[in-house]
Write a protein that binds this ligand. Structure first.
Ligand SMILES: *[C@@H]1O[C@H](CO)[C@@H](O)[C@H](O)[C@H]1NC(C)=O
Length: 442
């Protein structure tokens, strides 16, 4: 028994150790170094240069194991960076795919210029107009998108001038880069940040800002001055932060109390430290499948040859894209597609949801509907497929086939014979009675 449990413990230990070793292995990230071309600054279309670059990530600034590795020949030694990230944010597995995978996480590194911000809720962070000596260093920003949108990270890094030993000073992350929600549900847009506690910039306050952007239309959703502990006035209703969690854990997630169609769009979470800023963007889509209503319901009895008009209304859905169609399932269980009918234009309701309907002209003389079956309206939508059905009853028969006619003639003959026989036996027995009656009377 003791042997067994020792083996068991050893196994556990091995598993535990290998998991630990795996999770603490930080990646070497392939990255693009992107810089504005010198001498052409300004303008919206400032030319940029792109160079391949390599980022060696480690959690512990004192471990130099990565230094011994050699970079591929197509990467300039100037573009190889050694980054210490004590929080381990850049060690997330979605940024470090298995070797040889086709999909690659996205990574970009740019030179960064620390500067004070003039925004109302940020300005207080750099009250004293003197910028510290600490800022005189090489600064970079990085932007990463992990595989399958599991994680988006932005960092600000500092290297003492002339060295290539970068330290992450600020990182901002989101795990909800692409988010879907049903209508009316609470939504949590994830945003978290970490600051290097040993940096002189980290103790002197921060600010958080949430912006919304959709097709060129932008607005401030929420802004929080962490130094004065004050939320800026905004028009937005039902959008909050968990201030306690923000201060304690750097949890800057935005909570929308009730998802509305107008909430669909891009959200940008920006975190400010004095002179530094980093942001992550995420996409929220409100997806609500339609409700279907068939009219008239129940359907009137159909007479062969008649054309029946049926309407199906889909309402309360978002986004707009919807595919409507009809199906018929006979008593024999066979399904038959009936096309999309004539689909109307869409309308938008006060809450931003859409409605659209389709009208089906069901010609019972050209379609073989037998004695009836089930008529179904099908709506295919991003939020799911919805179906609504009504029973269809056809009275009488459709034009008889030759076999049917022969059978009918046969039946008619038999019936005729039967009637003849019955009436003959009735009249003959009737005359017998009459004869008896006659005898009695005499
Ligand atoms: C951040 O705060 C929100 C609201 O309190 C919570 O639901 C969420 O789980 C928190 N996220 C993290 C990573 O702690």
């Amino acid at each position: 028994m003791t042997d067994l449990s020792t083996v068991y413990r050893l196994c556990l230990l091995t598993v535990f150790c290998s998991v630990k070793a795996y999770s603490s292995s930080c990646p070497v990230l392939e990255c693009w170094f992107v810089q504005e071309k010198a001498g052409r600054g300004g303008g919206l279309t400032a030319a940029t240069t792109q160079e391949k670059s390599l980022l060696y990530i480690r959690k512990d600034p004192h471990s130099h194991s990565a230094d011994t590795q050699t970079a591929p020949s197509d990467i300039s030694p100037d573009r190889v960076y050694f980054i210490s990230d004590p929080a381990g944010t850049l060690c997330h597995r979605s940024l470090n795919p298995p070797k040889g995978s086709v999909k690659k996480p996205h990574c970009e590194i740019n030179p960064f210029l620390p500067q004070p911000s003039s925004l109302k809720w940020v300005a207080a962070l750099t009250d004293s107009a003197l910028s510290p000596i600490y800022l005189q260093a090489d600064w970079f920003s990085t932007a990463h998108q992990g595989l399958n949108q599991q994680l988006t990270v932005s960092t600000i890094m500092r290297a003492p001038t002339g060295t290539k030993e970068q330290n992450v000073i600020l990182s901002v992350t989101t795990k909800t880069a692409s988010m879907q929600s049903r209508l009316g549900e609470p939504v949590l847009l994830d945003c978290g940040f970490w600051t290097d506690p040993s940096s002189p910039l980290s103790g002197s306050g921060f600010a958080v800002e949430w912006r919304y952007q959709f097709r060129g239309d932008g607005r401030l959703v929420l802004a929080y001055d962490g130094k004065a502990d004050r939320l800026a006035d905004t028009e937005e209703e039902g959008a909050t932060l968990d201030i306690d969690s923000l201060h304690k854990k750097g949890n800057a997630s935005l909570i929308l109390q009730e998802a509305k169609v107008r909430h669909s769009g891009m959200y940008i979470c920006t975190v400010y430290l004095p002179y530094l800023v980093a942001q992550v963007a995420m996409e929220l889509e409100i997806v609500e499948p339609p409700s279907l209503l068939i009219h008239p319901s129940p359907l009137p009895l159909a007479v062969p040859g008649q054309t029946l008009t049926v309407q199906c209304e889909a309402s309360g859905f978002a986004p707009l894209t919807l595919e409507l169609s009809w199906e018929f399932k006979g008593a024999d269980g066979k399904s038959m597609p009936l096309g999309s009918g004539s689909v109307t234009g869409h309308r938008q309701a006060w809450d931003g949801t859409y409605s659209q309907s389709t009208r089906l002209e069901l010609d019972t003389s050209t379609l073989d509907l037998g004695s009836g079956g089930e008529l179904t309206c099908v709506a295919v939508h991003l939020g799911g497929t919805r179906r609504a059905s009504v029973n269809l009853n056809v009275i009488g028969f459709s034009p008889p086939s030759i076999e049917d006619s022969m059978a009918m003639v046969g039946v008619a003959l038999v019936l005729y014979g039967l009637i003849k026989f019955v009436s003959w036996s009735f009249t003959s027995s009737g005359s017998d009675e009459a004869a008896k009656q006659d005898k009695k009377d005499k």
